[in-house]
Design a protein around this ligand. Structure first.
Ligand code: S3P
Length: 421
């Protein structure tokens, strides 16, 4: 699907952004392996989360997804599926399930779409194998489809080679079904939704600095209220910042500090974002965000900050093209193994619109302030690239045509209708 985006003036009003994708996945997965019922209020009905729900149903779990996005999950023992488990485009689904299925007493096959089947899975297969897991993949156990022959696992002490919440979560979920303690050390912090939620569900989990420890535990089903997704809010925040005259209030947005580091970077770039009405939904901090248009200047993003805004780098790149001066993004090589090679996709798309972008092996250098011109660009099948290019289009002269625009459904269903409104 092609979508044509023409700048149409300020972004004003009060909006609710879609529910958090990472938290929805986790609530479904933990609900499935808990005793009793879990009620997820305000679950995200996006393609990725629906893939997780569908697979859990295949594994024998009763899930009723109501029209108001309240989801009832009847937890229990997972059972072998006679069919392939199709994770579609979702890395979170595949990596977290890999950890969960490694310790069950049955056989599973996990596959994805053409993008997911090219994403590295050795990062989860290696440590799970060290726990006794029996998992195979293509090209020397690197890529999906994956075969998981469940077995009794033993806890390990493992230093993560990359700051990845998906890898960390896979090991913690495996740790729930392993003999002894599982200890995971993060190189730097990544999103901590799994740890927070595991604790809420009654798991024996603790953290000491960068070390997380978990033991075999029985979880108890509960209610989870899902906050608005900061990563989806970021696209709207960005539009309001760069379109003169905008004044936007985003309600009920998750501001977990392991997710919302973009706010710190935006402040450094000259944005003033008011964090109002701070509260929490369960263990997750939530607030309303009020943003007005502002003149932005370039900045530098690297090191420990990167995992805390990894999904916001596409939108940050679009903002950098609209800002004065140079923005340098480094230590972000992980972007090359996301739903697309995001470094390449951003450099290609933004350059087509007239931006000055240098591609680095692990990031981008963007010199802002150039006149942007509407162009024909490509999402590369990646939801966050499609939405980042729609943000850049707000500052372009003339229409921008985005090819492959349907992929926004991965995290932000009805994004285009929402955007038009
Ligand atoms: C996610 C973790 C991140 C992020 C992805 C969602 C999660 O991936 O990019 O969109 O829900 O755990 P990595 O763990 O690969 O960094």
């Amino acid at each position: 699907m092609n979508v044509t985006v023409t700048p149409a003036g300020p972004f004003c009003g009060e909006v609710n952004v879609p529910p958090d994708k990472s938290i929805t996945h986790r609530a479904l997965l933990l609900g499935a392996i808990s005793q009793g019922e879990t009620i997820v209020r305000g679950a995200l009905p996006s393609a990725d989360c629906l893939a997780t729900a569908q697979i859990l149903r295949q594994l024998g779990i009763k899930i009723s997804w109501q029209p108001d996005n309240t989801v009832k999950v009847q937890g229990g023992k997972l059972k072998e599926s006679t069919e392939i488990l199709n994770c579609q485009n979702s890395g979170t689904t595949m990596r977290l399930l890999c950890g969960l299925l490694a310790g069950q007493d049955f056989y599973s096959v996990l596959a994805g779409d053409s993008s997911l089947n090219k994403r590295p899975m050795d990062r989860v297969i290696k440590p799970l194998s060290a726990m006794g897991g029996r998992i195979w993949g293509r090209e020397g156990n690197k890529y999906p489809p994956l075969t998981v022959l469940g077995t009794r696992l033993s806890g390990i002490d493992y230093k993560l080679p990359v700051a990845s919440a998906q890898l960390k979560s896979a090991l913690l979920l495996a740790g729930l079904f392993a003999q002894g303690k599982t200890r995971v050390t993060e190189p730097t912090k990544s999103r901590d939704h799994t740890e927070r939620m595991l604790k809420d569900f009654g798991a024996a989990i603790s953290r000491d600095g960068k070390v997380i420890e978990i033991e075999e535990s029985r979880l108890q089903g509960r209610e989870v209220v899902v906050p608005g997704d900061f990563s989806s809010a970021a696209f709207l925040l960005a539009c309001a910042l760069i379109v003169p005259g905008s004044q936007l209030l985003l309600k009920d947005v998750g501001i977990n500090p392991t997710r919302a580091a973009l706010l710190l970077v935006l402040e450094r770039m000259g944005a003033q974002i008011e964090i109002q009405n701070r509260r929490s939904f369960g263990s997750e901090p939530v607030a309303d965000l009020f943003v007005e248009a502002a003149g932005l200047t370039g900045t530098e993003v690297a090191g420990e900050l990167v995992p805390l805004l990894i999904d916001e780098i596409p939108v940050l790149a679009a903002l950098a093209a609209a800002a004065e001066g140079t923005t340098t993004i480094r230590d972000a090589a992980e972007l090359r193994v996301k739903e697309s090679d995001r470094i390449k996709a951003l450099a290609t798309g933004l350059r087509k619109m007239g931006a000055c972008v240098e591609e680095l092996p692990d990031g981008l250098i963007i010199t802002g302030g150039r006149r942007l011109i509407g162009a024909q660009v490509d999402s590369c099948g990646d939801h966050r690239i499609a939405m980042a290019l729609a943000v850049a289009a707000q500052r372009a002269e003339g229409p921008t045509q985005i090819a492959g625009a349907e992929c926004v459904d991965i995290s932000f269903p009805n994004f285009w209708q929402f955007f038009r409104k």
